[in-house]
Design a protein around this ligand. Structure first.
Ligand SMILES: *Cc1c(COP(=O)(O)O)cnc(C)c1O
Length: 416
């Protein structure tokens, strides 16, 4: 049999064995959980586990102040709320992200404004952000997509120039370095998720890093995750000044987090190596654009996403992905189905049933064509899962599969 024949056409598969797997949770998590239960309290303020989780995180990240939350969405809402983002403010963010990036903005009755993306890093840039700044703009939620840092130096420059708060959405980007600095420590706040799909899991959970060295900024953030109750030392102040939700993390999550964080460096090293080696293996294939890592930076690949140039291949992006799947290579065509601004909530400008508030405070418009590069990414991308348990064989067979499919579909007039 011709070994170059595609599996989808009856040839043999590029992938000859199942992808590597492993257990994320073990004895370490069990031990921490038992200890948490033996405390006879699961309340974060009374127990030790959430505090220890944050201490370990702070040590790893070299930061002094962080707050634990019930989810990544909660972490982002806490940052936005405690930063004072309020009714009618505009907050610039990415159109290719999780709903969690915009939920907190809307709960503060602020208005999400979407900035376009770099076509190859899939992140917002200082230029695309700058094009969206108006007198109403108060903050930027910078999403570091898929473990890849946004180009922060020029973004911070634009933000400082306009007096904007910078919140880094690091839900997909643990141990991601931008020019030697960890993302999440560069803006005013860094928000992380420990939902079950992220680099580390506590089932659900999140962290807000407060980069201000002003103790009152930390205390305000801490209180915003806990009904605006101020719990410091043995003092509790329950005065209701401003509205805030209850987004507390429990000791059970904290306990699992303590054990998980010990594995984070290894997990991120594995993912970084795997992704960079995929890039090395597919670099230079005509019509294939690898996942481009921001210059002088380190990506810890929550997933790997390359794009295909439809002019080079005789197949569509969807056909390319199907052929790759037939090769035994896990992949999906695109990422989210459409940019966030194409969701009904935005097209109808109705976040709250029967109301157009807060959109009707401005003349904001959401429609197809708003962010052309983002739309093009979603139409031309193929996404490969990345996992810390994937092996060198997995990597080699994925590369071979992509090369095989690309060679088969390369338009003949381009074949030399
Ligand atoms: C996962 C994710 C969130 C939300 O985190 P949850 O813990 O699921 O609430 C926010 N932003 C991005 C970019 C994410 O990937």
């Amino acid at each position: 049999m011709d070994k170059d024949q595609l599996a989808i056409l009856g040839g043999s598969k590029s992938k000859t064995t199942p992808f590597g797997t492993g257990k994320r949770f073990g004895e370490e998590e069990v031990k921490e959980l038992v200890e948490a239960l033996e405390q006879n309290t699961l309340f974060y303020h009374s127990g030790r586990k959430v505090k220890l989780f944050l201490e370990r995180f702070n040590a790893l990240y070299g930061v002094t102040h962080s707050v634990a939350t019930s989810s990544g969405t909660a972490a982002l809402h806490v940052a936005i709320g405690s930063a004072g983002i309020s009714v009618g403010d505009e907050v610039i963010t990415s159109p290719i992200t999780d709903a969690g990036s915009v939920i907190g903005i809307l709960y503060q009755n602020a208005i999400p404004v979407f900035a376009d993306l770099d076509p190859h890093t899939y992140n917002m840039t200082a230029e695309t952000i700058g094009a969206r700044i108006t007198p109403r703009t108060k903050a930027i939620v910078v999403v570091h997509l898929a473990g890849n840092p946004a180009d922060m130096d020029p973004i911070m420059e634009v933000a400082r120039e306009h007096g904007l708060i910078v919140i880094e959405d690091c839900a997909q980007s643990y141990m991601t370095y931008y020019k030697g600095r960890l993302v999440g420590t560069i803006g005013d706040y860094g928000c992380f998720s420990t939902n079950d799909y992220k680099h580390i899991s506590t089932g659900d959970g999140g962290i807000v890093v407060v980069n201000s060295q002003d103790e009152t900024d930390f205390q305000r953030t801490h209180a915003f995750a806990d009904k605006n109750y101020s719990r410091f030392g043995n003092q509790v102040n329950r005065d209701m000044g401003l509205l805030a939700p209850n987004y507390r993390m429990t000791e059970l999550q904290g306990a699992v987090g303590v054990a998980q964080i010990a594995k984070l460096t290894w997990i991120c090293d594995q993912r970084n190596r795997y992704g960079d080696q995929i890039t090395a293996g597919i670099q230079g294939i005509p019509g294939i654009m690898p996942h481009e890592v921001t210059v002088d930076s380190r990506c810890t690949y929550w997933f790997y996403m390359f794009t295909v140039d439809p002019d080079v291949f005789s197949c569509t992006r969807d056909e390319f992905a199907k052929a790759l799947q037939a090769e035994g290579i896990d992949c999906s065509a695109g990422y989210i189905a459409k940019p966030v601004y194409m969701q009904p909530l935005f097209l109808n400008q109705e976040a709250y049933t029967g109301s157009h508030f807060p959109f009707d405070l401005t003349d904001i418009a959401y429609s197809e064509g708003l962010c052309p590069a983002a739309e093009h990414i979603l139409k031309s991308a193929i996404r490969l899962p990345v996992n810390e348990f994937f092996t060198e064989q997995d990597r080699d067979e994925v590369i071979a599969g992509i090369r095989k499919v690309a060679a088969h579909y390369k338009k003949s007039e381009l074949k030399v």
